[in-house]
Design a protein around this ligand. Structure first.
Ligand code: NAD
Length: 336
């Protein structure tokens, strides 16, 4: 059993912690929190051992009547791997803690690629991460792009990819972020997403643009791919159909927007009503003049969760076969 700790129990950390408890080859030793907020309360009510990531804050937990098992250093001592799910750039600051203790760590998409030995997506480069000490699971948007672009590389000779990302303004829990009534363009081209995808698929040609819109439930991508050979829409749909963690949907089934997708996901009853898969509209997929056009959505709070579980298996080497790890993780989380 691989012993895993989660540092940072927010949107991503709590979901990864849950997913770890569903595995039979790893155990959740505990989670670390900076302060005694509602997330710490959740962890305690879920019977997770809670550690304090800022040692001088232990008194704050005691004052709120929350029982603490020790500091982040005590948690690190008991673990083989730490999943660092702290806010972007904090992971890089925490890295020396893990290096000093000689344990492996997984970071999230808010960290820079050069913080780690390799970036990670299970479908794209599982093998590259085997035995590494520090890897970074690429962001929710990059994971979404990777899931649908990677299978195309096996069946078609593709040219330039152009992706326009319509980003959710905030996560549902973020009451202080916006916009609430505006569309905000990201003026930098390419947006960071295209270059980020190249950290796990280095040989592709991609340029990305992004805007942020007032929604909390999902990102949406419109993607255009130059096709150098004659490939049919059916062949592409078939390839996605066989790809783990990609879900074909259609407006004919009532999926007319991201709202119905998340309603469907909530009804599935997974932890937090999550949707780990990337839904792709089959009926919005078209080929015109040797260019593929398609639209997909990304449940930003959860698509990276199964990737974190696979990353733990890869860096510890407990499973060297990507497909086997993906299947095992999928089964444990109810992903068909
Ligand atoms: P979050 O703010 O919801 O949670 C962060 C957690 O870390 C909180 O529990 C917070 O109290 C704790 N924390 C804050 N400062 C800390 C410190 N100095 N030391 C230890 N813990 C600290 O953030 P999140 O959305 O879960 O993001 C975590 C990482 O995952 C980021 O790298 C982010 O870019 C990435 N990510 C986020 C999303 C998303 O949509 N939320 C999707 C994919 C990847």
């Amino acid at each position: 059993m691989i012993k895993v700790g989660v540092n940072g129990y927010g949107v991503i950390g709590k979901r990864v912690a849950y997913a770890i408890t569903k595995q039979d080859d790893m155990e959740l030793v505990g989670i670390a929190k900076t302060k005694p907020d509602f997330n710490a309360m959740t962890a305690i009510e879920k019977n997770h051992d809670v550690y304090c990531s800022i040692p001088e804050n232990i008194g704050l937990f005691e004052r709120r009547g929350m029982e603490i098992r020790g500091t982040i250093n005590d948690l690190i001592e008991k673990c083989d791997v730490i999943v660092d799910a702290t806010p972007g750039k904090i992971g890089a600051k925490n890295k020396p803690l893990y290096e000093k203790a000689g344990i492996k760590a997984i970071f999230e998409g808010g960290e820079k690629a050069d913080t780690v030995q390799c970036s990670f997506n299970a479908l794209c480069n599982y093998e590259e991460a085997i035995g590494k000490d520090y890897v970074r699971v690429v962001s929710c948007n990059t994971t979404g792009l990777a899931r649908t672009i990677r299978p195309m590389l096996d069946i078609a000779d593709i040219g330039r990819i152009r992706a326009v990302l319509v980003r959710r303004a905030a996560d549902p829990v973020q009451s202080k972020k916006g916009p609430i009534n505006a569309i905000v363009p990201v003026t930098k081209v390419p947006s960071h997403h295209g270059p980020d995808l190249k950290t796990v698929l280095p040989n592709i040609d991609i340029v990305s643009m992004a805007v942020a819109v007032p929604t909390t439930i999902m990102h949406l991508h419109t993607i255009m791919v130059e096709l150098k050979d004659n490939i049919s829409k059916d062949e592409i749909i078939e390839a996605w159909g066989k790809t783990p963690r990609v879900k074909l949907i259609s407006s004919e089934d009532g999926f007319i927007s991201t709202a119905e997708i998340m309603e469907y996901a909530r009804a599935l009853g997974r932890y937090m009503g999550d949707l780990y898969e990337i839904p792709v509209w089959e009926d919005a997929t078209n080929i015109k003049d040797n260019e593929l056009y398609y639209i997909q959505a990304v449940h930003q709070e959860s698509d990276v969760v199964p990737e974190n579980i696979d990353a733990i298996r890869a860096i510890t080497g407990i499973e060297k076969n990507a497909r086997k790890s993906i299947e095992k993780t999928n089964k444990s989380l109810g992903i068909r």
